[in-house]
Design a protein around this ligand. Structure first.
Ligand SMILES: Cc1cc2nc3c(=O)[nH]c(=O)nc-3n(C[C@H](O)[C@H](O)[C@H](O)COP(=O)(O)O)c2cc1C
Length: 336
């Protein structure tokens, strides 16, 4: 099994999420975990290759290990996009075979490609031939009326034969007709057991399970049961302290837990640079709203940022004012 940095980091990863895991979000998440693998939002190969949208590849050097997720189904175009991703410095290029949105179906990429494993294998082979960083795949267990029990092992066999050794499997089907992308993340039932059995069938593959995982306890249970990695999406975004702040110590056995108040202070220089270069505060703080989920003062923290961060001239002082709601309520340490 390959042992590069991205593969080691894939023991715990934050899932690719459109409009959410952009560079500001990844920078924030990296303040909380040094070890976990971070994914970009999906970037389509046509946008990079035909549209020349190279700004979509921008990221901060501190984000590593970081993986670029691509969408597409044209092997030559994906190969070219993967090359651009490697040149931009990404540690891994991932192919999206899991996203069910209409837009993605109409372009023939995403989950609909679960029905075309030979084409996916061609895409993976072309990408593998084009880059030396690892090429990985994120998929579902099947779509529509496919039988996951037969479809998933066939998919893994064919795509791994083309050179993909690492998969993240969202453990539910995508229903391509009748469900919105959001419903497709909740309604089709989860089948973790099937993903676990895939590890028995393909012991040499690195398999991460994804879908509905919300705590590090759950993540650790999957690792203990023999899976190689756990990918967490929504919970990492909405409640990053629960998922990310203790991840290095608990999942990777290294480092100390990060503290959300310190994380806020760590973000201030980044925010200042962003504002100096013409950015707006809420572009960063929208990803920080969940930093104190479940803590006293969390609602006032969110409200202060939501109401003020989009206004002209809003800057670090607003963030510090919001933080006062948390620190004012924090327990006073006992005298020694
Ligand atoms: C807002 C949002 C955007 C998403 N965008 C993508 C995407 O660009 N590529 C992808 O493969 N999956 C995407 N997903 C799916 C997630 O990567 C993940 O598979 C799904 O949310 C299930 O994991 P979770 O239950 O831990 O959130 C998205 C999910 C959300 C909530």
């Amino acid at each position: 099994m390959p042992s590069n940095a991205a593969t080691r980091a894939a023991r715990l990863s934050v899932a690719p999420m459109m409009d959410w895991t952009n560079r500001h979000c990844r920078y924030l998440h990296r303040r909380m975990t040094r070890q976990a693998l971070l994914y970009t939002e999906m970037v389509t190969a046509p946008a990079l290759v035909r549209g020349g949208a190279l700004h979509l590849l921008e990221h901060d050097p501190s984000e590593h290990p970081v993986a670029l997720q691509l969408g597409g189904s044209d092997p030559a175009e994906l190969a070219q996009a993967a090359r651009l991703g490697e040149q931009a410095g990404y540690d891994e290029v991932n192919l999206n075979i899991g996203c069910p949105s209409d837009r993605v179906q109409s372009g023939c990429f995403g989950a609909v490609l679960m029905e075309r494993p030979a084409l996916v294998a061609d895409c993976v082979k072309a990408m593998r031939d084009a880059v030396s960083v690892e090429v990985t795949v994120k998929c579902r267990i099947g779509v529509d009326d496919q039988n996951p029990e037969t479809v998933l092992p066939d998919f893994l066999a064919r795509v791994s034969a083309a050179g993909c050794n690492r998969f993240a499997i969202h453990a539910r089907k995508a229903w391509l007709q009748g469900l919105s992308p959001k419903e497709n993340r909740d309604i089709p039932p989860l089948d973790y057991d099937l993903v676990q059995r895939m590890k028995g069938l393909f012991p040499a593959l690195h398999l991460s399970v994804n879908g509905g995982i919300t705590t590090l306890d759950q993540a650790q249970a999957f690792l203990d049961a023999g899976l190689d990695g756990v990918m967490i999406g929504r919970a990492a975004y909405h409640d990053p302290p629960s998922v990310l702040c203790a991840a290095d110590r608990r999942i990777f056995g290294t480092g100390v837990d990060s503290d959300p108040v310190t994380v806020v202070h760590d973000m201030l220089p980044y925010i200042e640079t962003h504002l100096r270069t013409g950015g707006r505060l809420n572009q960063i703080t929208r990803h920080m709203l969940g930093l104190f989920t479940g803590k006293p003062g969390a609602r006032a923290w969110r409200r202060t940022l939501s109401e003020g961060a989009h206004k002209d001239g809003a800057g670090p002082e607003l963030v510090l004012r919001a933080l006062d709601h948390i620190t004012a309520l924090a327990p006073v340490p006992a005298p020694v």
